[in-house]
Design a protein around this ligand. Structure first.
Ligand SMILES: C[S@@+](CC[C@H](N)C(=O)[O-])C[C@H]1O[C@@H](n2cnc3c(N)ncnc32)[C@H](O)[C@@H]1O
Length: 313
């Protein structure tokens, strides 16, 4: 399976490391979305080249155990490097301070959403292109009691609630029609797979009409956001990142849709107003035309960076 290409890696490294003048002996970096380890690899390679720090400590989080196993494999080449120490932890970045309680970081990176691997048939129903069990949790562990899956939303939520998330999380104009059709179909037989759901939306709601994007795109996005409570989790993650950052340290966030970007934008603005630090870019940084050409998946990326200047109250 192809490896995920890290987005805006050069720009992030430039803003987080190159432009930051400090006299720390060691560099501590936290990657909150390890994925295929592409950003981590870029950071390690370039920190080594920079020769500014004696030791490099990388911590990374991901909810997806399979992603962690894959990513670790890509980083095997550093095993014998005495300057580099890598710690990959399975967990939710909403809980940074519990997962890594005693370390202060020079930089924290969030690269939100899904990796290429998860979108290309990781078996959890993330994509309408594959016929997989409707799950959509980032974690690969069996769902614990009460843990929400896409199957629960599609088969048990009320029409009103399905409609609400389609509107709120994906601005789906046909939310009402989609929610009603889902309710009608599940009366006869439960909707088990991503393929079945995509087919209902494509053929029963939109009757095969073609647009710029697949007609199920927004529905899949909204359900995934709801299953993983992505907006709430981001809010917690940003607070945790600020807490574990050294004075002068920086947080970078790459988001891929406007609701996430608004959360990041207003949080950084609020911190700036409170005098805790400053936004390094008031205008979002986006991938260059060349990056988009080489990696079309990067096209919706938006990067914001914040520098912490004083410890919060
Ligand atoms: C866009 S990918 C990251 C790709 C990575 N930067 C790279 O270069 O390979 C996002 C990753 O974040 C993980 N993820 C999403 N939400 C998470 C959360 N709340 N806590 C921890 N990991 C999360 C996903 O499982 C996925 O592997």
């Amino acid at each position: 399976m192809v490896r995920h290409i890290p987005v805006l890696a050069e720009e992030i490294f430039e803003q987080l490391v190159i432009k930051k003048v400090d006299n720390f002996e060691n560099y501590y970096h936290l990657d909150c979305n390890f994925g295929d380890g592409g950003h981590v690899e870029y950071f390690i390679d370039n920190l080594i080249k920079l020769e500014r720090y004696k030791n490099i400590f990388i911590y990374a989080l991901d909810l997806d155990e399979e992603a962690i196993a894959r990513g670790k494999d890509f980083l095997k080449k550093y095993t014998d490097n005495k300057k580099v120490s890598i710690h990959i932890i399975q967990g939710n970045f909403a809980n940074i301070t519990d997962l890594i309680p005693n370390i202060k970081f020079n930089s924290v990176l969030f690269d939100l959403g899904l990796s290429t691997y998860q979108l290309s048939g990781a078996g959890r129903g993330f994509s309408f292109k594959f016929d997989e069990k409707l799950d959509m949790r980032f974690s690969t562990l069996p769902a614990t009691e009460g843990e929400l899956t896409a199957y629960d939303i599609i088969n048990f939520w009320s029409i009103d609630n399905i409609c609400l998330i389609l509107r709120q999380y994906a601005d789906e104009k046909s939310a009402w029609r989609i929610a009603n059709k889902i309710a009608e179909v599940r009366e006869i037989k439960k909707i088990e797979t991503s393929g079945e759901l995509a087919d209902i939306i494509e053929h029963q709601v939109f009757k095969g009409k073609k647009g710029k994007i697949h007609p199920a795109t927004k529905t899949f996005q909204a359900i995934r956001i709801a299953v993983n409570a992505e907006l709430q989790v981001l809010d917690h993650g940003l607070h945790g990142a600020l807490e574990v950052l050294v004075k002068g340290g920086r947080i970078a966030v790459i988001s891929y849709h406007s609701l996430e970007d608004s959360i990041v934008k207003y949080y950084f603005k609020k911190l700036e107003t409170e005098g805790i630090g400053s936004r390094l870019n008031k205008k979002i940084i986006i991938p260059s035309d060349i990056e988009i050409k080489n990696n079309p998946k990067s096209r919706s990326a938006k990067l914001r960076i914040f520098k912490k200047e004083k410890n919060e109250k």
